[in-house]
Unconditional design. Structure first.
Length: 426
């Protein structure tokens, strides 16, 4: 008997989530074999357990699928019906500590420098410093069955925008972390290199590394303080126990977060003293960069392309787009010439320069940092405390007013509790 979602579930996000899950179960019922991209994890489950990492029951060799009966397993169905969306990524639990991690499978033949560059950016003096915004690399595991396959053990993070930003100050702190220099300057000695501690993309560039794919998909955040009770790794809208309840979270103002760059699969490294770094171009997740010509074998400077990617992320994924996040991935990605967030027009001139068609006219990250710092210092406290209006509120003044009033009282509480208008992570 079909479930009447409208009658049972009132939250529209949950209703759409469960409807999507129902369609997925019809296409891939758990009574059938695992999907082709999942068999890799089943074949490695015993070995991974010996190495200290436990996969969910679905990927155990002796897995017996649970019943599909919702009357027995609840309205969202059994957890082992949850299919891994991306074959090269899977969550796991570290047996010794209980910490949830993310395993990433890479082929060394396709990404020969990913491990080396990731280690370079996250080891030595950089690894423990709070200004490092490259995701930690816990461990690298060599597959015992395929010499070309290695597994990266990474923290379990969330997309940078989930949950939504609430105040102007919260989104200003996001901008600060992804490309701004640290207020404090330190020096350290690295092999063949002496640099300063810097944050975000500027830090990566100062290390002589061009990310080359620093777009929407590859900026995450550490959600541990924001989601103290956790969330389900495959359906991050749900709580960790796989119930119909939404995962409970605080706000970034009350639980500041740290943002991280991930995925150095197509990154390239240069001598930081090289004044004319050139590399064969490769298209990343953001296909809109105007830097690429028809002849893809002509080397270009990849650093201005990184500047474009970050600028375009802010332009398209924050100022002009609406997201719906279900299953922990993008189910809807609508690029429209309207803002998702209002009240951040102060970023417009800088972003326009960062996405200029001519790469030579774009500011480098040093200039971006300098201009952003001027913008940040010019914002009064009351503006930083203001609520970010969503695109959906256009033409709905009553809804907008109600949300403004509600946020006003939240802001009073934040001020009384001495929460900073720009919530910097300690």
């Amino acid at each position: 008997m079909a479930i009447d979602f409208d009658a049972v579930i009132t939250n529209p996000r949950l209703r759409q989530l469960f409807a999507e899950q129902e369609e997925r179960r019809k296409a891939y019922p758990p009574e059938s074999n695992l999907l082709p991209h999942e068999t890799f994890w089943r074949d490695h489950q015993v070995w991974l357990q010996k190495r200290g990492y436990m996969l969910r029951p679905r990927y155990h060799p002796d897995w017996v699928p649970s019943s599909l009966s919702r009357s027995k397993k609840g309205i969202i169905g059994p957890e082992d019906a949850c299919v891994a969306v991306k074959g090269h990524l899977l969550d796991a639990r570290k047996i010794s500590t209980g910490e949830k991690v993310m395993l990433k499978r890479i082929l060394k033949s396709q990404h020969p420098y990913e491990v080396d560059i990731h280690k370079y950016l996250t080891t030595g003096g950089l690894a423990s410093h709070p200004q490092n915004h490259c995701a930690p690399l816990y461990e690298v595991l060599q597959s015992p069955y395929d010499e070309d396959v290695v597994l990266l053990v990474l923290p379990l993070y969330r997309k940078f925008h989930s949950p939504s930003f609430v105040t102007v100050g919260e989104i200003v702190e996001f901008f600060r972390q992804i490309f701004k220099a640290s207020p404090k300057v330190f020096s350290f000695t690295f092999p063949l290199l002496t640099i300063r501690y810097l944050q975000g993309l500027r830090f990566i560039h100062q290390c002589g590394v061009a990310h080359r794919d620093c777009g929407y998909m590859n900026i995450m955040m550490d959600p541990r303080d924001l989601y103290p009770d956790g969330f389900h790794p495959m359906s991050q809208i749900l709580d960790a126990a796989w119930t119909p309840a939404l995962a409970k979270h605080s706000t970034r103002t009350r639980a500041p977060v740290k943002y991280y760059f991930i995925d150095f699969g197509i990154s390239c490294a240069f001598d930081p003293a090289d004044t004319e770094p050139l590399a064969i171009p490769i298209r990343a997740g953001d296909k809109s960069a105007p830097d690429f010509t028809d002849d893809s074998l002509i080397p270009i400077n990849p650093f201005p392309t990184d500047v474009y990617y970050i600028g375009n992320l802010i332009r398209m994924d924050i100022m002009e787009v609406q997201y719906m996040c279900l299953y922990g991935v993008d189910c809807v990605h609508l690029r429209q010439d309207v803002q998702q967030y209002r009240r951040i027009d102060f970023m417009g001139p800088l972003i326009e320069d960062m996405v200029q068609a001519d790469p030579t006219k774009r500011p480098n990250m040093d200039v971006v940092v300098e201009r952003f710092e001027y913008i940040r210092r010019s914002l009064p406290w009351w503006k930083l405390r203001r609520r970010l209006r969503l695109r959906e509120e256009d033409g709905a003044p009553i809804l907008s007013f109600v949300r403004d009033v509600r946020q006003f009282f939240h802001t009073l509480c934040d001020i009384v509790m001495s929460h900073s208008a720009i919530p910097t992570c300690k």
